[in-house]
Design a protein around this ligand. Structure first.
Ligand code: NAD
Length: 307
């Protein structure tokens, strides 16, 4: 399996490291418009091959070198500076996606290639990448709220002192400020959240729930304030998505892809396998969550219409 990564900044480099450390792929090709940076990343990570999996890692001078890649990860573009929202990146990153997608399509097999979009504002970039590539929606996949859901699961795990692996909890909608915590479908193990709270006598009052939502929404801002960018969490999310596709695991992940009915991309729980998104599921939603999701769709559509 050959994978290409476009954009070797904080996120792309961390993604490359995460993928390298799993041994899931035998070949990785790294492209950045800053060729020196891509070359340095390929050399540095290549040296790590002596300590773990022997993955062939090369820096590409041109898109011709991504030929044969079955999955292309797009992590290029401007990132948020302290105080900026993801939406502030809209115009600049739309140009980045417009630059990248035609070149990717000219050098990959349109019958099989899967594009994973990481660039923000994520959902709009997924819609643009889908339009420009002409690929089926199932094969243009944004990491969406995988990271937001992971943040929610971790917070709940610490609250209840249970492994995050045993928390099934989704954040849905926009990967952005309007994302929606889907309280109605949270289960700890197989036990619905409210039943779990009752049986363990660990209540989760509304005030705590609002605080948790706030922490999920603000996690990226706090990390950017502290270390300039976020990369570890998103790299783990991309690697998890890649693993799910490569191994045809058919796990349920909150990824973003364009819905046929609405033509809007936003995150919903979806079964993901070798051919990308197989089925998008409809979770149980509280009326408030349903309204909040409609609001997400409106925001994403409006932003899309602005580019
Ligand atoms: P960065 O500035 O560190 O790196 C961006 C890289 O993209 C640079 O190396 C730059 O040379 C390259 N680049 C820019 N335009 C290019 C082009 N047209 N072709 C090829 N390469 C190009 O930024 P970062 O911190 O790595 O973030 C990258 C993107 O990922 C941002 O849009 C950021 O908001 C996003 N991000 C998304 C998530 C998520 O959950 N989806 C999480 C973190 C960051």
């Amino acid at each position: 399996m050959k994978v290409a990564i476009i954009g070797l900044g904080s996120v792309g480099s961390a993604v490359a490291t995460a993928i390298k450390n799993t041994g899931l792929v035998h070949e990785m090709v790294l492209f950045d418009r800053d060729g020196v940076r891509a070359m340095a990343a390929a050399a540095d990570l290549g040296h790590a091959s002596a300590f773990s999996f022997d993955v062939k890692i090369t820096a590409a001078n041109s898109y011709r070198e991504i030929r044969g890649s079955e999955i292309v990860v797009i992590a290029a573009g401007a990132n948020q500076k302290p105080g900026q929202t993801r939406t502030d990146l809209l115009a600049a990153n739309a140009d980045v996606i417009r630059d990248i997608i035609p070149r990717v399509m000219a050098n990959t097999d349109p019958k099989t290639v899967k594009i994973i979009v990481v660039t923000n504002p994520l959902d709009v970039m997924v819609m643009l990448a889908r339009d420009l590539s002409g690929l089926p929606a199932a094969r243009v996949i944004g990491t969406g709220t995988m990271l937001d859901s992971a943040r929610l699961r971790t917070i709940l795990a610490r609250q209840f002192d249970v492994s995050p692996m045993s928390i099934n909890a989704y954040v849905l909608g926009e990967h952005g400020d309007s994302s929606v915590v889907n309280w109605g479908s949270i289960c700890i193990g197989a036990i619905p959240l409210n039943d779990f709270c009752k049986s363990t006598k660990l209540p989760l009052p509304q005030t705590t729930r609002r605080t948790i939502e706030h922490r999920v929404h603000n996690a990226a801002y706090e990390i950017i304030q502290g270390r300039g960018a976020t990369w570890d969490g998103i790299a783990a999310a991309v690697n998890d998505l890649l693993r799910c596709i490569i191994n045809d695991e058919k796990r349920i992940l909150t990824v973003s892809c364009v819905a046929t009915k609405t033509n809007v991309a936003m995150s919903r729980p979806a079964i993901v396998g070798h051919d990308g998104v197989i089925t998008v599921l409809t979770p149980r939603l509280l009326p408030m969550e349903s309204r909040a999701l409609q609001n997400c769709a409106r925001i994403i559509k409006k932003n899309y219409n602005n580019i």
